[in-house]
Design a protein around this ligand. Sequence first.
Ligand code: SAM
Length: 296
Amino acid sequence: MSWNEKNILSEPPGEWGGPWTEKKLEAFSKYVWSYLTIMKKFPFWKTIYFDGFAGSGTREKQVNADLMQQLKITEEEERTYKGAAERVLGLQELGFDFYYFIDKKDSSLNKLKSKLDEKFKDKTIVYRSGDANHQITELAKALQTKDYAALVFLDPFGMQIDWNAIAELKDTRSDVWILVPTGVIVNRLLDRAGKLEFSDKLQSFFGLPIEEIKAHFYEEKKVQTLFGEEEIITKVSQPIEKIARLYAERMKTIWKHVTDEPLVLKNRNGSPIFHFVFASNNQNAKKIAKQIIQNI
Ligand SMILES: C[S@@+](CC[C@H](N)C(=O)[O-])C[C@H]1O[C@@H](n2cnc3c(N)ncnc32)[C@H](O)[C@@H]1O
């Protein structure tokens, strides 16, 4: 079975658009407001907003009442839902010089375009269909000119971000928020027996060789059995927290300041499904992100 065929691993079914989405967008919107307020004082930087997984601006999956009932989302909440794009563009009196919205699906981008173009005529909005990883590397090239500062929002629900792509952002004036699917996907790929069927995906996600990843999440023990000594492999305790920590450690190889306590997003049963991590080369930016996370 190929990675793509295992659809269940690229999006968490039944969790899309739950209250955790609201929490994520609230934290992010607060940060955008602070960022733009500060950047107003530095008019020589041209500011870029880059959303690598823009979506269509609506909760596409909630098409039937049954599902809405299951997700405990009322019709009122559904009507008032605003995706990240609309929230960022809608900030009063504050704005970026350029907005880039990326999505691999033309249909989603077209929907988003028809929603935003009419409403935000005065903004410079660029829509690009294609793989976010490729567009991140294009952004990294543009940031080499040193005239630009970018706020990068990467919120895929799966493990679509390639380490090699975000590594290109090293030494650029970039602030990033990344949604890391710690509990909902990565932890499931780290199976109990350590077979690691999707080792390629894990390697491209963490940017580490599989043996190193294995060493983080598994322990080898020698045990006495009826048949003599045997070596068994066990998965570490609290793997979800360890996934978040490892990802943050990896991010520290790209950016100087990374939130050590990311925003933890939980499902209705209280299990962590995502960690929303912030990174920047600016220490104050991290302080602001930290305060926002603590107060959400
Ligand atoms: C979770 S939605 C984005 C939600 C949106 N940010 C919001 O706040 O409403 C994820 C989107 O990522 C897109 N996507 C998935 N893989 C992608 C990739 N490799 N490159 C670009 N877009 C991708 C999907 O088509 C989908 O529209």
